[in-house]
Design a protein around this ligand. Structure first.
Ligand SMILES: Cc1cc2nc3c(=O)[nH]c(=O)nc-3n(C[C@H](O)[C@H](O)[C@H](O)COP(=O)(O)OP(=O)(O)OC[C@H]3O[C@@H](n4cnc5c(N)ncnc54)[C@H](O)[C@@H]3O)c2cc1C
Length: 287
């Protein structure tokens, strides 16, 4: 049942500094409200836990996409629509654009933000596997300043993360080192669109003399957090993508992930689909 709206407070700061000062004054009392696409679902279900929200949607400091020679840096409030229309993201980070195009419908893509997707911390979210495979880093800001950390390791357990109550996620950046790579992104859900992932794989690799190099593999919906499959990558590096390699990589992947049975799927199905997607990715390297 819908929550009683007058029980909630939403304040709109006029600058990032003002928002951070509020978060700092009463740590944990105020929560950011970005596009609201996750938060409004909780409100409608009567399950929105916190009462006080800081509306960050208008903070221009958290917007914009900037490309330098070495990196692309994306404001936390960047929407899925913004992601899909950026030329550098289209040409060098196609998995992120594909994730954005397969996230919800147009209304969600116009309003949902990358920062919200990360901090909402669903293991079934669609952009995190692409961000992990692209070695993203994230910037957290507070009144004390800014810190950058690798996105890998940010989520420490189901809905747990290294974000202090007085911090906002400000920007996401990715190194521009993907040229000549094969990119493979596949989300498997109940339907082709408007479905939550049962399994989602984002992977890229380069071939050097027919041998796999710079391979990166990330999976969603197969563990309490979205995972980067480092042991499977190790098993692949320096190998040719032949049948024996595919078999041993799938065996390693099965050790590395821990899918569960839940309302959307079963552990067995998720494991099999994860192996099938890995196989499909490795087969694309041969062509
Ligand atoms: C119909 C529907 C379909 C959807 N389909 C998909 C889908 O296919 N794939 C998918 O991955 N997701 C999907 N979602 C989920 C949602 O749209 C995304 O997770 C979206 O990116 C959330 O962004 P937001 O800005 O709306 O977050 P909000 O709802 O505003 O916030 C989400 C959480 O993040 C926190 N937060 C937001 N921004 C910041 C910040 N900058 N710093 C610190 N904390 C912050 C908030 O406090 C809150 O806890 C869907 C949602 C709906 C309603």
């Amino acid at each position: 049942m819908r929550a009683f709206v007058p029980n909630y407070e939403l304040t709109t700061p006029s600058s990032l500094a003002e928002a951070l000062a509020l978060l700092d004054r009463e740590p944990g009392a105020w929560k950011p409200f970005a596009g609201g696409t996750d938060l409004m679902v909780l409100l409608e279900a009567g399950k929105l836990p916190h009462r006080n929200y800081v509306n960050i949607w208008g903070l221009k400091e958290l917007r914009g996409i900037e490309a330098t020679d070495s990196h692309i840096t994306i404001g936390a409030l960047t929407t899925y629509t913004d992601v899909q229309s950026h030329p550098v993201l289209q040409s060098e980070f196609p998995m992120l654009c594909q994730a954005a195009s397969e996230t919800g419908g147009l209304a969600i893509q116009n309003r949902g933000t990358l920062g919200g997707n990360i901090v909402n911390a669903s293991p079934a979210a669609d952009s995190p596997p692409a961000l992990l495979a692209y070695d993203a880093e994230i910037e957290l800001v507070s009144t004390g300043g800014s810190r950058w950390l690798p996105y890998r390791g940010f989520h420490t357990g189901y809905k747990q993360m290294l974000l202090a109550p007085n911090e906002l996620l400000a920007r996401i950046r990715m190194p521009r080192n993907t040229r000549n790579a094969t990119h493979y992104y596949r989300k498997v859900g109940t339907r082709k669109a408007q479905a939550i992932s049962k399994v989602c794989l984002a992977a890229l690799a380069k071939l050097d003399n027919d041998q796999i190099s710079d391979v990166r593999i990330a999976l969603g919906s197969v563990a309490p957090v979205v995972v980067r499959c480092l042991q499977t990558e190790d098993a692949l590096r320096g190998q040719k993508p032949d049948s024996a390699t595919i078999k041993s990589a799938c065996a390693m992947l099965a050790k590395e992930i821990s899918p569960i049975d839940d309302i959307r799927s079963t552990a067995d199905y998720r494991l099999q689909v994860a192996k099938n997607l890995l196989t499909d990715f490795l087969l694309t390297l041969r062509s």
